[in-house]
Design a protein around this ligand. Structure first.
Ligand code: MG
Length: 219
């Protein structure tokens, strides 16, 4: 019984901090975007291509979670207004408390988007609300076309699902219809956007989706 209470209180504390993060971003007119995926599916490259594509009038900051290193923050440093790297030192997801601390050091005035690149992991980040307004779940072609069904908890809470590295479908014999079929049972609310951050294919649809969500928030 005691064990159940401990687990419950971790989620309650996280949810309280997440609610506060959401309010702080809303007050500043900032859309919080939590990006979840496996390691190596292309979260950092997606952001490297997304931030400039949003245009100069829509400014972005990034919070990057990794177990170790500042490599992703260095890649994004020239593109975002501000980048905060959080090293979780073994932790397999970001928490709302960590995002809250990062927000303390960010100037949110004049920002439009706060992208949160979560720790690359298809299990742990799923249950932790960071205070984002939209949850992105990404998968990429080299991971295989069975991942939506296997890691359903990552895809269930997503507001949009990105299928990255679409330029590799033919060479790897990837069956996109399998992903669509699995999503029809797991999440019919979120659109599936097929794209390649590397070649730029499909990026317009993703950028338009982000712009629409931001304008709905500030309507
Ligand atoms: Mg990364």
């Amino acid at each position: 019984m005691a064990k159940i209470n401990v687990v419950k209180s971790v989620f309650e504390a996280n949810d309280a901090a997440a609610g506060e993060n959401r309010r702080r971003m809303e007050q500043a007119g900032v859309l919080g975007v939590n990006i979840t995926s496996a390691p190596g599916s292309g979260k950092t490259l997606l952001l490297e291509k997304t931030i400039p594509a949003l245009g100069r009038e829509l400014r972005s900051a990034v919070i990057v979670g990794d177990l170790q290193t500042t490599r992703d923050a260095e890649r994004l440093g020239g593109l975002a207004v501000e980048v905060v790297q959080i090293n979780t030192e073994g932790g397999c997801h970001l928490s709302a408390g960590q995002v809250s601390e990062a927000l303390n050091g960010l100037v949110m005035k004049d920002l439009s988007f706060l992208f949160i690149e979560n720790v690359g992991n298809m299990v742990c980040p799923a249950g932790f609300d960071l205070g984002e307004h939209v949850r992105v779940a990404m998968l990429s072609v080299p991971e295989g076309d069975d991942k939506v069904a296997k890691y359903n908890t990552l895809f269930q809470p997503a507001d949009v699902i990105l299928l990255n590295k679409i330029d590799l479908t033919d060479v790897l014999g990837y069956d996109t219809s399998r992903v669509r079929d699995d999503l029809s049972r797991i999440n019919t609310r979120a659109p599936l956007i097929e794209l390649s951050a590397k070649t730029g294919r499909g990026m317009d649809e993703w950028i338009n989706w982000l712009r629409t969500r931001r304008s709905q928030q500030n309507a």
